[in-house]
Design a protein around this ligand. Structure first.
Ligand SMILES: [Zn+2]
Length: 60
């Protein structure tokens, strides 16, 4: 009984870690494109600002 519970928890944990890891690798990719929410044609890198309206670029 206790072993089964431990097994279930371990499975849940590994599933959480797996999804977390894949999300991180996706968000951490250096070539993600950022664009202005108001001007989709304006693209750049993380931390860049739109030259037209000054808003921070958001990831697509
Ligand atoms: Zn803009």
């Amino acid at each position: 009984m206790r072993l089964l519970t431990t097994l279930l928890i371990a499975t849940a944990f590994s599933a959480t870690f797996a999804s977390c890891g894949s999300q991180k690798s996706g968000a951490g990719s250096a070539d993600a494109t950022y664009a202005c929410p108001m001007h989709p044609e304006v693209t750049g890198k993380q931390g860049d600002k739109c030259p037209k309206c000054g808003m921070a670029l958001t990831r697509k």
